[in-house]
Ligand binder design. Structure first.
Ligand code: FAD
Ligand code: ZN
Length: 480
């Protein structure tokens, strides 16, 4: 709980800023009193900050007025959507001087153009709201994340979110055609066109996507839609090794083409945690070293998709790359397969703190990366549990390290986090990978970025930041 006399203790300059913010938006949308922890603490409860105030503008012009007021005072702005980010970028620092700009009230669906297959929304729209608006018109906005009920379109673009259908439809970047942005000096850039082709110089949209609130505030977006598939079908397969899972991926791509929309992998340790913490869930296959979850979207029918799955899985059994398989015969069976996959992070949270890595490696090199890194970690920290799962079709693994059974998780983290990170990230780089596939840099991975990103790339990034945010007021201390 914050101290009730918060505003009483602030400096005169901050008071002038607060007055200007109250003039920029309705006075009741500038919050300084009461419990602000919903905005000040991150989703994982790893970062707890303290804001000067929370400002909740209702439209783009109000955002611009807020940014101009902050610019006049040199006040830092932390933009927040749904506060589901996993790297500490969406909450203020502990100084009590940063303005928390919440876009949650900006949640209008602006326009749906059926013939152009585009949807234009306010940046504070929830992802689920955008999916629903598309589906109400028989169309699909295919970004799909477990946080879709609480994350915003602006947040998914600012972090270039991925999820479980990237294999077919791409990540948030590939699903965005236009942006509306308030710049660091409070100008509004209207780039909300629905064009699939536009070669008129530097791609400002691509610069803002993935910038984690450090270059400007995204206030609106035009999103790319697709026709709804006639049926979405799911299957599970047990594979003896990770290399056989990659072989199955190759066969699935060849046989299903663009119909293959998801290809997730889970190791035995991950599924064992789910069984332990959620014993009521159905398990379509007996425990094994690796399990693959495949999803197919079909333009014809569920029966057609099931037939394609059955012939793929029969061929894979003959090939020897899988040892068992099950095709979901109903929506309920399909949902229970997805619950196993989506239960992994929840089961991990129930098991205790762990060291998370969200890494990318070329698909072809994933088996070698995992074999090498598993062996190195087991040799260094006997008994350590490697909870390994993720979007194999995209070459993206959540390679998480949990304390050996019986060892206190907090002690394990305090003693070994730096060493484990160095070991895993060195291996990622040796296999041509990236230390952040989906979640971004935020505060959590700033040091890793400096250590692993090329110095030339960092220099270009700093030059861009200095050009677009010369006073360093947009989410300072994040990303760079
Ligand atoms: P926030 O958390 O509010 O902000 C995230 C970052 O974006 C911050 O740096 C913030 O300053 C900036 N930002 C937010 N809005 C704007 C804006 N309008 N303009 C400029 N900057 C802005 N991520 C994946 O990629 N794939 C997944 O599968 C996935 N699954 C998840 C599952 C769960 C249960 C949770 C909790 C998170 C998951 N995430 C995943 C992480 C998270 O990045 C996404 O939920 C989402 O992209 C964040 O959106 P948000 O609105 O909550 O953003
Ligand atoms: Zn993920």
């Amino acid at each position: 709980m914050r101290q009730p006399s918060h505003e009483g203790g602030i400096r005169r300059a901050d008071k002038t800023l607060l007055d200007e913010l109250r003039a920029a938006v309705a006075a009741e949308q500038v919050l300084t009193e009461g419990d602000l922890s919903a905005w000040e603490v991150d989703w994982r409860r790893r970062y707890r900050g303290r804001a000067l105030c929370v400002v909740r503008p209702g439209d783009t012009l109000e955002v611009a007025a807020v940014v101009r007021a902050c610019a006049r005072h040199g006040a830092a702005i932390v933009t927040q959507g749904g506060n589901t980010g996993l790297v500490g970028g969406s909450v203020p620092d502990g100084s009590g001087t940063q303005v928390l700009l919440s876009l949650a009230r900006m949640n209008r669906i602006r326009e749906l153009d059926v013939l152009n297959l585009t949807l234009t929304v306010d940046a504070g729209c929830l992802l689920q709201q955008a999916q629903q608006a598309a589906s109400d018109c028989g169309l699909l906005y295919p970004l799909r994340l477990a946080s879709e009920g609480s994350c915003t379109i602006g947040g998914t673009l600012a972090t270039n979110a991925g999820g479980t259908q990237v294999l077919r439809y791409g990540n948030a970047r590939e699903l965005c055609l236009g942006l509306e942005v308030v710049t660091a000096d409070g100008e509004v850039w209207d780039g909300l066109h629905g064009l699939r082709k536009d070669n008129t110089g530097y791609d400002l949209r691509d610069l803002l996507i993935g910038s984690e609130g450090t270059l400007g505030v995204i206030t609106g977006a035009t999103l790319k839609l697709y026709p709804q598939p006639a049926a979405v079908t799911t299957a599970m397969a047990a594979t003896p090794t990770l290399a056989s899972a990659v072989r199955l991926l190759d066969m699935a791509r060849a046989r299903l083409g663009a119909g293959l929309t998801g290809f997730e992998v889970m190791n035995g340790t991950a599924l064992e945690l789910v069984r332990r913490h959620f014993p009521d869930g159905a398990a379509p296959l007996p425990p094994g070293p690796w399990t693959v979850l495949l999803e197919q979207s079909d333009a014809e029918s569920a029966a057609h998709a099931q037939g394609l799955f059955e012939s793929l899985l029969e061929a894979a059994l003959v090939d020897g790359c899988i040892c068992d398989a099950a095709v979901a015969a109903s929506l309920a069976q399909s949902a229970s397969m997805w619950r196993l996959r989506e239960g992994i992070p929840l089961a991990q949270a129930a098991e205790g703190l762990n060291i998370k890595h969200d890494i990318a490696v070329p698909v072809s090199r994933i088996p070698a990366f995992v074999q090498h890194t598993d062996a190195a970690l087991h040799a260094r920290l006997p008994g350590v549990r490697l909870v390994n799962f993720g979007h194999l079709g995209d070459g993206n693994l959540h390679y998480n390290v949990q304390a050996p059974p019986g060892v206190a998780a907090a002690d394990f983290l305090a003693r070994h986090e730096a060493e484990v990170n160095a070991l895993v990230y060195d291996a990622v780089m040796a296999h041509g990978g990236s230390v952040s596939a989906e979640h971004g840099i935020g505060v959590l991975k700033r040091e890793a970025l400096v250590r692993y990103k090329s110095p030339v790339a960092l220099q270009m990034m700093r030059a861009i930041k200095a050009a677009l945010d010369p006073c360093n007021t947009m989410n300072p201390g994040r990303l760079l």
